[in-house]
Design a protein around this ligand. Structure first.
Ligand SMILES: Nc1ncnc2c1ncn2[C@@H]1O[C@H](COP(=O)(O)OP(=O)(O)OP(=O)(O)O)[C@@H](O)[C@H]1O
Length: 253
């Protein structure tokens, strides 16, 4: 698909009979950071989880419409959801490395399970690459076999990013990755996102418009399941087309 890594078309999602995503259509350009912003409960996480079929794991959920990933309709019956989840990585709000597992093994587990490497040397190189790419290598290279639980919150989140990167995803989804971090750790993750987007496009959920303004090339504003507007971040912030967007940006909603 020319220029787009992901495209949602008339996407509707229900939890039971609660309609939480209402006819959303949007396109995520390649090599970009795309922010999904909106108030609590507006459906940001639900939409994000629909993009890699993580939503299938929830009870009583119903999805209608299409999500195209590099032109492939990921909800088509012949598409394996585990393939989708491997190609589209995910980083969550709460860093989720396995606490008792070493830093090394946390990164190595995905490539091992997916038989991505043929030798220990190749695995070592992949682990190092992922940790470097996640801005963590210099801080942990001398203690790769220490349990992940001993890392700081920001380091744990960068380890979660390294773990996702080790699977060489085509697209990375991030659900409020800095919500639990202090400003210094947040700045580091934001820098990392801006660096990564050259190789891996990123869709990031945030309830913080300032974060979208700092790092996103494109921003979508979601309000109670409806896509109110979407466009280049600078345009959405300086010339919002909807009164609702304007009010949200002025913190009047
Ligand atoms: N597993 C679930 N079962 C039933 N309803 C759900 C479930 N998950 C989310 N919802 C509902 O769907 C709506 C959207 O929730 P969602 O978590 O996607 O919003 P959000 O914008 O990400 O919110 P927040 O910023 O608070 O995380 C809410 O009304 C929520 O109560």
């Amino acid at each position: 698909m020319a220029g787009y890594v992901l495209k949602a078309e008339n996407l509707n999602i229900w939890f039971g009979n609660k309609h939480v995503i209402k006819n959303v259509s949007l396109e995520v350009p390649d090599k970009s950071v795309f922010a999904l912003m909106g108030p609590s409960g507006s459906g940001k996480s639900t939409l994000l989880r629909a993009f890699n079929r993580l939503l299938d794991l929830y009870e009583d959920v119903h999805v209608e419409g299409h999500v195209y990933f590099d032109g492939i309709d990921i909800y088509a019956p012949n598409v394996d959801p585990t393939w989708v989840r491997r190609r589209i990585g995910m980083v969550f709000q709460h860093p989720n490395p396995f606490p008792h597992m070493s830093i090394y093994d946390n990164v190595a587990i995905g490539p091992r399970l997916n038989r991505m490497v043929k030798s220990k040397k190749e695995l070592d190189e992949l682990v190092r690459w992922a940790l470097e790419r996640a801005y963590l290598w210099d801080e942990v290279k001398d203690r790769l076999h220490m349990p992940a639980a001993k890392l700081s919150g920001g380091q744990k989140q960068r380890l979660s990013i390294a773990r996702a990167l080790a699977l060489k995803p085509r697209l990375l989804l991030m659900d409020e990755p800095t919500a639990n971090l202090d400003p210094v750790a947040t700045e580091k993750i934001e820098e990392l996102v801006l660096d990564l987007k050259k190789e891996i496009p990123i869709i990031i959920v945030t309830h913080n418009p300032q974060q979208a303004a700092r790092i996103a090339d494109y921003t979508a504003f979601l309000y109670y399941g409806e896509l109110i507007e979407v466009g280049p971040t600078s345009r959405v912030f300086t010339e919002p087309r909807s009164k609702l967007t304007e009010k949200y940006l002025l913190r009047q909603l």
